[in-house]
Design a binder for this molecule. Structure first.
Ligand code: PMP
Length: 389
């Protein structure tokens, strides 16, 4: 039996998405820039998808730009805003995704910007007093703070940050990759200037995403070409992906509350099962156990004694996909866990659920981890036998 608990990395395609994109592998092959019937159909499909995405997020179609995913969208937003507005100071945190951190680092190396890192509390939450101090000292900054952290699941109060951004005349970008399709958005009532999405995180295809640029803001285009995406991102549109992204978001938003409640219950169930297991001193990283401060699908755990890499590998041998990192071994070093103040335990395993997971699967995951621990505690020689579960 295969169990997939790595949905923060990517998700399985929803069957409705598969149905929606199949015609685009055969009869619907037009280039949206062509003026004939095939092109006109493709253009209509892309623009319908744009309208659908905008409608679901409380945005307008003119504010949505399709990209190859969230990495590209983050790059376009950050580099595009730095160049368009002559930004010289950026505020971010040390637990952002590399798509943000590496982009900012590259600009810092070039001497374009200075980067300040906002302080985090012991659970990895943004210290808003420090953020306000940084903004007071550096008005007209660009703020880049993610909505939900992909490793520990912490949620950032983007509404509070958007108010600070407004007060200090800052531009606010948020990497919303882990919350699009999981948390309801109404961008019409939110002073946030750039957000991003990636279809494969919400049961859509890989290699397609979007950048939202609110109508009062702009970017300096980075990908020059045939003027697609209203001159902001050249290149023939990924029609298959765009249609799949819009369908995936529609499906996600249709049953959003119901699915998120189910997923939260899976997380709660895992935590309760681990509590009664005899594994020992388990520690939860970040705020991943909190109902208010954490995305429902992510839980990040440090297990005692065993390196995370071993647990991940043994679970994999048993057909269970999770991810893990260790800040001290080379394997999957996590800059997020390493950046948490007071974090003693650097080994960590991330479980991330989706609507396709079941309580029975959680039972199986906990039973397998318990077996792994039994094998470690068993006399030498029995280890291998028990390790191959
Ligand atoms: N930001 C976050 C928070 C992510 O989790 C990811 C995917 N791991 C990305 C950006 C990059 O997304 P993509 O795979 O679409 O480039």
């Amino acid at each position: 039996m295969k169990i997939y608990c790595d949905n923060a990395a990517t998700t399985a395609l929803d069957p409705e998405v598969i149905d929606a994109i199949i015609p685009y592998f055969s009869e619907n092959f037009g280039n949206p820039s062509s003026s004939h019937w095939a092109g006109r159909q493709a253009r209509e499909d892309v623009e319908n998808a744009r309208r659908a995405v905008a409608g679901l997020l409380g945005a307008t179609p003119g504010e949505i730009y399709f990209t190859s995913g969230a990495t590209e969208a983050n790059n376009l937003a950050l580099t595009g805003a730095i160049k368009a507005y002559g930004i010289s100071h950026v505020i971010t945190s040390r637990i952002e995704h590399k798509a943000v951190l590496q982009t900012l680092l590259a600009h810092e190396k070039e001497g374009d910007i200075e980067v300040s890192y906002v302080r985090l509390d012991e659970r990895g939450n943004v210290d808003t007093y420090h953020l306000e101090n940084l903004l007071r000292a550096n008005p007209r900054s660009l703020i880049s703070l993610m909505h939900a952290n992909n490793e520990i699941g912490n949620l950032t109060d983007i509404r509070a940050i958007s108010k600070l951004a407004e007060r200090y005349d800052a531009i606010f970008h948020s990497d919303t990759t882990q919350t699009i399709g999981k948390i309801a958005f109404d961008l019409s009532g939110l002073e946030i200037h750039f957000i991003v999405g990636s279809a494969h995180k919400f049961h859509g295809p890989k290699g397609v995403g979007f950048l939202y640029i609110d109508k009062k803001h702009r970017i300096a285009p980075q990908i020059h070409g045939g003027g697609q995406e209203r001159g902001q991102r050249g290149g023939t549109e990924n029609v298959i992906g765009i249609v799949g992204l819009a369908k995936a978001l529609e499906v996600a938003c249709r049953n959003l509350e119901e699915n998120q409640l189910k997923i939260w219950k899976l997380k709660e169930y895992l935590v309760s099962k681990l509590a009664i297991s005899r594994i020992g001193d388990i520690c939860y990283n970040g705020d991943s156990k909190s109902e208010e401060n954490s995305i429902p699908n992510v839980v990040n755990v440090s297990f005692p004694c065993l390196p995370a890499g071993n647990i991940v590998a043994l679970l994999d041998q048993a057909g269970i996909a999770v991810s893990g990192g260790s800040a001290c071994s080379g394997l999957g070093t996590s800059h997020v866990i390493a950046a948490l103040p007071c974090q003693r335990e650097k080994e960590n395993v991330r479980f991330s659920f989706s609507k396709f997971n079941t309580f029975e699967e959680v039972d199986q995951v906990v039973a397998t981890i318990t077996e792994i621990y039994k094998s470690v505690r068993a006399p030498r020689g029995r280890e291998l036998e028990l390790a191959i579960i």
